[in-house]
Design a binder for this molecule. Structure first.
Ligand SMILES: [Zn+2]
Length: 114
């Protein structure tokens, strides 16, 4: 499961951050998840709940997921459009010279600690 791997990596990162910053408990983690990152929120929360008791630092933490909408940039007509709605082809000029500006990320935005 894709989500398990990400959460495992995340838990390790948080353990490390806590050790570096000398935090004993993390109370809240805000994560930004891109609309086309391929992460299924429900599975992600399940995975989080599975790993939580295994990482003392995270035992009482709350997970907040913020979705980042996917936006694609068209290089031919220099415009932006919604990725999920139109895919790789620009709806304004029909060009395929497009690339994803945002929406593929999975990043820690904020950590609150006690
Ligand atoms: Zn275009």
């Amino acid at each position: 499961m894709h989500e398990m791997g990400i959460v495992l990596h995340l838990a390790k990162t948080l353990d490390q951050t806590a050790a570096e910053e000398k935090l004993s408990r993390i109370s809240k983690v805000t994560l930004q998840v891109g609309e086309v990152s391929g992460i299924i929120t429900d599975l992600f929360v399940d995975a989080w709940n599975y790993f939580k008791p295994r990482h003392p630092v995270l035992a009482d933490s709350e997970l907040v997921l913020e979705e980042i909408p996917a936006v694609t940039w068209c290089d031919s007509c220099k415009s932006k459009y919604e990725t999920v709605r139109y895919g790789r082809t620009c709806p304004y000029c029909g060009s395929g010279e497009t690339w994803l500006l945002q929406g593929n990320e999975c990043v820690i935005k904020e950590i609150e600690a006690e």
